[in-house]
Design a protein around this ligand. Structure first.
Ligand SMILES: [Zn+2]
Length: 300
């Protein structure tokens, strides 16, 4: 019996916001340190690539710092991580005709807006995919900015069309849009499926207690995932033989330069290994949904 375990690392950016809203530079070496750790420890997961977070377009770096960070992002393919679209800006919608932020609503609001058509979503996602390619990234899935239990279902339809058109490297696409803590077992949920192609929702099974986007010591709690006695949210899923056990983290809390969750993350990995050994099988989210789809949407 084993459980596929994976992580989503959200909000990756060359900057994090300070308490006064000022931008603090996070060096590219912090990203490489995380990626090296993931590879050396045999982990796998997904990392969000947001080409224009804070309105800074990484394909047009404004300084040496941004240029180095963009270059590190271009090396993601050397590591066992999926690059995920957390959409183009993680803020207001992007105007691709002017290549700047628009005055429009936020991507968060837009994903839930029931009036947005399949075509509108498809065009926006495709434009983001194209910018990703300029960065050397081939997106394999989506992590949404914010959580979306009531997302417009046209999002899934648009993603299926893009998968069928060969715009993703795989035929099956994972979407991380919700956090659902407290289920003993979890599996991917089909949202749009047609033949070999599919779009599956892959919820995180636990809230971010690795400092979170707040980068707060109040949100550091490894025991919440797995404590010394083998209890905790993640531990319970593995013990129950869940098909998958996914968790998510944020660059604000995880980055080794300023994040208060970096050491906690390493402790979590150590506990998983010592308490569960081979029962934990690390896979990228795209591998988890592809396998699930191949087996006909069952865990067999
Ligand atoms: Zn985010």
């Amino acid at each position: 019996m084993h459980t596929y375990v994976s992580f989503f690392l959200d909000d990756l950016s060359p900057y994090v916001e300070g308490e006064g809203g000022e931008l603090i530079r996070i060096d590219a070496s912090a990203l490489i340190e995380v990626l090296d750790f993931v590879r050396e420890e045999g982990l796998a997961g997904a990392v969000s690539v947001i080409p224009a977070m804070f309105g800074r377009l990484l394909t047009r770096p404004q300084n040496e710092h941004e240029r180095r960070f963009a270059e590190a992002i271009g090396r993601l393919g050397e590591y066992p991580v999926d690059p995920h679209m957390e959409i183009m800006t993680h803020g207001r919608l992007f105007d691709f005709s002017k290549m700047t932020l628009s005055d429009g609503p936020t991507e968060m609001e837009w994903l839930d807006d029931p009036s947005v058509s399949v075509d509108e979503y498809r065009d926006y996602f495709l434009n983001t995919i194209r910018v990703g390619r300029e960065l050397g990234v081939r997106y394999t899935g989506v992590s949404t900015p914010g959580t979306h239990p009531k997302m417009n279902p046209n999002v899934y339809k648009a993603l299926l069309e893009l998968a069928e058109a060969g715009e993703f490297p795989n035929a099956v696409i994972p979407v991380f849009a919700t956090i659902e803590e407290g289920h003993p077992t979890m599996a991917p949920r089909p949202r749009e499926v047609r033949g070999d192609f599919g779009v599956y929702e892959t919820p995180s099974g636990v809230w971010d207690y690795l400092a979170s986007w707040r980068n707060s010591p109040d949100w550091v709690d490894v025991d919440h995932y797995i404590d010394e006695k083998g209890d905790g949210c993640l531990a319970r899923m593995i013990k129950a033989g869940s098909f998958m056990a996914l968790f998510h983290m944020h660059w604000q809390g995880l980055n080794p330069q300023t994040g208060l969750g970096w050491e906690a993350f390493q402790r979590l990995i150590e506990r998983l290994r010592s308490q569960f050994g081979d029962r934990v099988v690390w896979r990228r989210p795209s591998e988890i949904v592809c396998q699930f789809h191949r087996k006909g949407g069952t865990r067999a």
